[in-house]
Write a protein that binds this ligand. Structure first.
Ligand code: SF4
Length: 644
């Protein structure tokens, strides 16, 4: 077991890929943790009372590559039916370890624990009814509460121990108990304590087959909570396996980027024993995404060495943006800039710029600039027409010299050119360097040139850690020049590029590093990379350029077609930049899980929707057919509606 060496330690190493060694826990015949591969899981969306549909979906999820399948068991009836589902799966010739998902109902958990291989409980609602009440607990009343929970929880622990059933204690940011909220607030520390209170009860009973999770729909909160959990586990001599997930990530590109930002960031540091990607799509579609995320680490330990870090100058449990001065619109208080590489395009015309957010109308002789308009394009040649409003151009140094343009066109140079006494832009100079080229001479020259911005890249396979090491050094040595994160993903298909770049750059942004993003692919269009770049910045919550949807993945409790409804709401509200809309399948867990959404659309009965503003109910049980219109009315009345 690792011994805790410093107040910020949360993983085996920040420079060497190594998995945090957890204890092995058996889930049926497929163990997780320890030296086992990182396991994949998903969850059914069918009605648990529909034995055939649920068993068929379990088989489809398993055949897609998942190791385990989770099924919701909201009451005794569903818990009981798990036995029939299991039989039907076996009849089809499969042995799939099943996990029962429990909320609020200890008796369902106790029954399920005798049938399936693992139960998942949420400590925020296992023995507590959440009333969103703030009660000022004294130490004595807090202890009384814990004693009450112990009494409710111990029977389940004893059944699990006796039956060899594993248990996940899964904290969700949005559903912390009133008790935890009153003492720790809505914080990563509250999430950790919420799980550890239950863990200590298990340990007192001599039961250790536990898996822990700290989910949130906000990747930053989720990453901080998992890091803090591991830190606390190291401190208390625990080593339980980790289940990783970003809740209510949404669908499509957004869901994938958000999941990778959270899950990938933790995997990079060797944290995580099983992964579930929660998308508002068919559960089978989640499995390949999780596989791509995890596969990346099979050979990662063979990466080139990363130099030793003498000092960790940041607190990994709290977000703090690295201080830099501004060079024009890069760094300082500016949002991170987006740079798009268009150097492969010959003779760029105004219509080519539509891909990066600038649409030219010949009739009106006007440009329309979208919320996702790139800040810089890197071109092989000078642009032969007047650039639209905010767009600026980066040229290779030799081309920039020939172009003799200074106002909106800037050079990209390598280290040697920059250090030579060559002509420079009086406004902005981009200096591209690999991590291996970063030394004192370069840093001093960058710091002495107020127009210089570093474009940082790496060849190291353990890229995020290698780039992070440079940010640590810059902070420790008080170099305050802005840095743009550059990553080149040649020869990757779109989905892998989405996931890998969201992991590498998202992980750095979550730590407060980076004043811009420059992604390059070989097979990807400028439009794809532009949308991806803005998606990563949105998921990191550093640059909001679109509406955010916090939609649950749906499960057996879901009361409407979530995929279809999310698409319908998206179609009508996708122009509401910065508005967060929660779309939740059920009223039991939805309001808690939609966390910091501004508005909520929550299933509250068959054909009925309840609408929320923040955590407050605004309209209760309205018919589904009017619900989207009513949601829009609420946004309008709130003054947050914008014309498309
Ligand atoms: S919020 Fe969605 S995924 Fe969560 S329990 Fe309700 S329906 Fe299931």
């Amino acid at each position: 077991m690792l011994e805790i060496k410093n107040p910020y330690q949360y993983c085996p190493s920040l420079i060497r890929y190594e998995r945090f060694r957890t204890r092995e826990v058996k889930i049926g015949d497929i163990a997780l943790g320890g030296k086992q591969p990182i396991r994949i899981q998903s969850m059914t969306t069918t009605d648990t009372m529909n034995t055939q549909a649920t068993a068929d979906q379990c088989v489809r999820i398993f055949r897609a590559g998942a190791d385990y399948v989770r099924i919701t068991a909201p009451s005794l009836r569903e818990a009981e039916n798990l036995a029939n589902i299991k039989k039907e799966i076996q009849r089809q010739g499969y042995q799939i370890p099943l996990i029962a998902d429990i909320h609020f109902t200890p008796n369902a958990a106790e029954l399920a624990a005798r049938i399936v291989e693992k139960v998942r409980i949420n400590p925020g609602n296992y023995a507590d009814k959440k009333k969103f009440q703030f009660i000022n607990y004294t130490d004595a009343t807090y202890e009384e509460e814990l004693a009450r929970i112990r009494k409710r929880f111990v029977p389940l622990v004893r059944i699990c121990k006796q039956e060899g059933t594993a248990m996940r204690i899964g904290t969700n940011h949005g559903s912390l108990s009133d008790r935890i909220m009153s003492r720790y607030g809505d914080s990563p520390m509250g999430m950790v304590e919420s799980a550890l209170e239950f863990v200590r009860i298990c340990e007192d009973e001599g039961y250790f087959d536990l898996v822990l999770s700290m989910k949130s729909s906000n990747p930053e909160v989720m990453v901080e909570a998992y890091r803090l959990l591991v830190h606390k586990m190291m401190d208390e001599g625990m080593n339980y396996p980790l289940h990783l997930g970003v809740t209510e990530a949404g669908d499509g590109e957004d869901g994938r980027i958000k999941s990778a930002c959270g899950i990938g960031t933790l995997l990079e540091d060797g944290l995580g024993d099983t992964v579930r990607v929660s998308l508002t799509e068919a559960p089978e579609a989640e499995v390949p995404v999780a596989i791509h995320l995890v596969e990346r680490y099979q050979t990662r330990a063979q990466h080139q060495p990363i130099p030793f870090i003498a000092q960790i100058p940041v607190n990994p449990f709290e977000y703090k943006h690295r201080y830099t001065y501004a060079v024009e619109n890069v760094g300082g208080e500016h949002v991170p800039v987006v740079c798009i590489d268009m150097s492969d395009a010959k003779n760029i015309t105004p219509s080519d710029l539509q891909a990066v957010g600038y649409t030219y109308s010949e009739d009106l002789d006007k440009w329309h600039i979208s919320d996702q308009a790139a800040d810089f394009i890197f071109c092989a040649e000078k642009i032969p027409f007047a650039l639209p409003g905010t767009l600026q151009v980066i040229l290779p140094y030799a081309k920039w010299q020939q172009a003799k343009e200074t106002a909106k066109t800037f050079p990209l140079m390598d280290k040697a050119t920059f250090l030579e006494n060559t002509a420079k832009s009086p406004i902005l100079n981009f200096v591209q360097a690999d991590t291996s080229a970063i030394d004192e001479a370069l840093c001093n020259a960058l710091a002495a040139t107020p127009s210089a911005v570093l474009v940082l890249h790496t060849q190291n396979e353990h890229a995020m850690a290698d780039l992070r090491r440079i940010f640590f050094e810059l902070i420790a040595k008080k170099y305050d020049f802005p840095v743009i994160i550059y990553r080149n993903y040649e020869n990757l298909p779109n989905e892998q590029m989405q996931l890998f770049s969201a992991t590498d750059a998202g992980g750095l942004f979550i730590d407060g590093f980076g004043n811009g993003l420059w992604l390059k692919g070989k097979n990807q269009s400028a439009a794809f990379i532009n949308s991806l770049s803005f998606g990563i910045l949105q998921a990191s919550r550093l640059r909001i350029s679109k509406t955010e949807y916090i939609s649950c993945p749906s499960c057996g409790r879901t009361l409407f077609d979530l995929e279809e409804t999310t698409a319908m709401i998206r179609q009508r509200t996708q122009h509401l930049k910065g508005v967060k809309i929660g779309i939740m399948g059920c009223i039991v867990n939805g309001p808690g899980e939609m966390a910091d959404a501004d508005y909520g659309y929550v299933g509250s009965g068959v054909g009925k929707i309840t609408l929320y503003k923040g955590k407050e109910v605004v309209k209760r049980n309205i018919d589904t057919e009017f619900a989207v219109d009513e949601l829009i009315k609420i946004i309008q009345e709130d003054g947050r509606w914008q014309l498309e």
